[in-house]
Write a protein that binds this ligand. Structure first.
Ligand code: HEM
Length: 469
């Protein structure tokens, strides 16, 4: 039964992709012919070599390098069912990321669009996008995060005390608590975690909403997550539960349900829920991946670990009354921040930033037509030997002096720059503080392969054996 289902799906996929490819070939704008590059095989295009390079330790670097050497900094390809123009360099990033005059919009895959919903920040443009960003800016600002410090600190200590060495569940607990005061354990947390896992894996799945597929399960999990949110929102509105979290600030200040006056600037429940899901999805896998790479790079670079540990032991020693880490200490960890930047440069956990041309424009002498998918190749920017000599080397001192604008894009840049940057830094700095002050660890497996998902992560999740120092 399972096998026949799989065969039907594969046949369906081949049929749909062939029809789609032929349709797109016949309708692809003439200007695409002027852009150098190769579209590869019918139907699959260059997807196979893209995917195989994507899951190699150096990521899409070799895919990009080969083509950049052949065609230059701008080239076309057909990967993952899309005609795409790849670009790299500081100039391209400035144009694409600042997206002057609404030139480009974000380009989510179909599954991502469906799972996050039509009101998601990731699908919003122009004024709607600006308005949504304003709403989430305050709770995610440094000041807004202060009230979560204690919870994050306690969770980091507890997670490390019980760390099985295989998975970091810490970041999901943090974001669940920050957004809707979810307790770190118990039935609700379990349900939340199970739904989140399904939603997250449906993101890079095939777009078939048939029972048994990852996409179908992801959409069901979205419904279940929304039912959970509906019940929390109802309890908050009728005063049964009062909390000081992100959801509360949306309900009090920004939701339509609190006011009889129909205010255009307020959010409907649908808008609230799509965006809560967006923050969960955008904030969890990325922070977990960053923390995992961070620990892996430390393990592989003992001199960096030593200098980092020095910074943290000094912080601890300066606090001779035996009290715990403080808010001001966590905001003053200069070397840790450089190690984080170097981690995000070397790992480039989001290897390309995808945009859709919202209008015709010219870049590097090429005409880009409205509707085209344009991807910024961030891996090449982060491995440009002019800015980062010996780019494969893990060297946090690269960040001793400020870099030229658009040469480092760990959290992106421009109007879509990561709004969760402060939260991610806070979680990582706290976790690393307790890790390096109290523990040593060693890798349990030697495997450099990378998971072929949108967020780059070591395939084996970097299992480690942790012991007290
Ligand atoms: C180390 C962890 C993280 C990294 C490396 C990261 C990286 C990024 C990058 C590079 C972008 C811009 C992508 C583009 O321009 O196409 C982005 C956008 C975004 N990030 Fe993060 N992020 C992290 C953590 C978080 C957290 C914790 C949250 C939420 C709580 C979050 C929420 C978002 C959202 C909502 C966007 C879309 C912004 C928009 O379209 O306006 N991120 N992130």
């Amino acid at each position: 039964m399972e096998l026949s289902m799989l065969l039907i799906m594969i046949l369906l996929l081949i049929f749909v992709s062939t029809a789609f490819f032929l349709f797109r070939i016949s309708t692809s704008p003439k200007a695409m012919e002027d852009i150098p590059g190769c579209l590869g095989w019918p139907v699959i295009g260059e997807s196979l070599s893209f995917l195989s390079d994507f899951s190699s330790p150096s990521g899409i670097c070799s895919f990009m390098h080969k083509r950049q050497q052949r065609y230059g900094k701008v080239f076309k390809s057909f990967v993952l069912g899309r005609f795409t123009v790849f670009m790299t360099g500081r100039e391209a990033s400035k144009i694409l990321l600042t997206g002057k005059d609404g030139m480009v919009s974000l380009n989510l895959f179909y599954t991502g669009q469906q799972v996050l919903g039509p009101n998601s920040l990731l699908q919003a443009n122009g004024e709607t996008h600006k308005r949504l960003r304003r709403l989430i800016a305050e709770p995610l600002s440094i000041d807004g995060l202060k009230k979560y410090f204690h919870f994050i600190n306690t969770q980091a200590i507890e997670t490390l005390d019980q760390w099985s060495g295989r998975r970091i569940l810490f970041t999901l607990k943090v974001i669940g608590n920050m957004i809707m005061s979810l307790e770190p354990s118990g039935e609700e947390q379990e349900k939340f975690r199970a739904n989140f896992k399904l939603i997250s894996s449906s993101f890079s799945s095939l777009p078939f909403k048939i029972p048994g597929t990852a996409f179908y399960r992801g959409m069901k999990a979205r419904d279940s997550m929304f039912a959970m949110l509906d019940s929390i929102i109802a309890k908050r509105r009728n005063g049964e539960v009062i909390q000081q979290d992100f959801l509360e600030s949306l309900i009090i200040k920004h939701s339509k349900g609190t006011n009889t006056v129909d205010d255009e600037n307020k959010l409907t429940d649908k808008q609230m829920k799509d965006n809560i899901l967006t923050l969960l999805v955008a904030g969890h896998d990325t922070t977990t991946a960053a923390l995992t790479w961070f620990i892996k790079f430390l393990g592989e670079n003992p001199a960096v670990l030593e200098q980092l540990r020095e910074e943290h032991l000094q912080i601890k020693a300066s606090r001779n009354d035996g009290t715990d880490l403080t808010w001001s200490e966590v905001n003053n960890m200069p070397y840790t921040n450089k190690v984080l930047s170097e981690t995000l440069r070397r790992a480039t956990i989001l290897p390309w930033y995808s945009r859709k041309a919202a209008q015709d424009f010219e870049i590097d002498g090429y005409n880009i037509k409205k509707g085209w998918s344009v991807n910024l190749d961030v891996v090449s920017i982060h491995h440009d030997s002019e800015t980062f000599p010996d780019p494969e080397k893990f060297d946090p001192s690269r960040f001793d002096a400020p870099l030229k604008a658009f040469s480092y894009l760990g959290f992106g840049s421009g109007p879509r720059m990561c709004p969760g940057m402060n939260l991610a830094k806070l979680e990582i700095c706290i976790f690393i503080h307790h890790l390096v002050c109290k523990y040593k660890w060693r890798a349990l497996e030697k495997d450099d392969s990378v998971q072929p998902t949108l967020v780059r992560m070591p395939k084996n999740k970097y299992p480690v054996m942790v012991e007290p120092l």
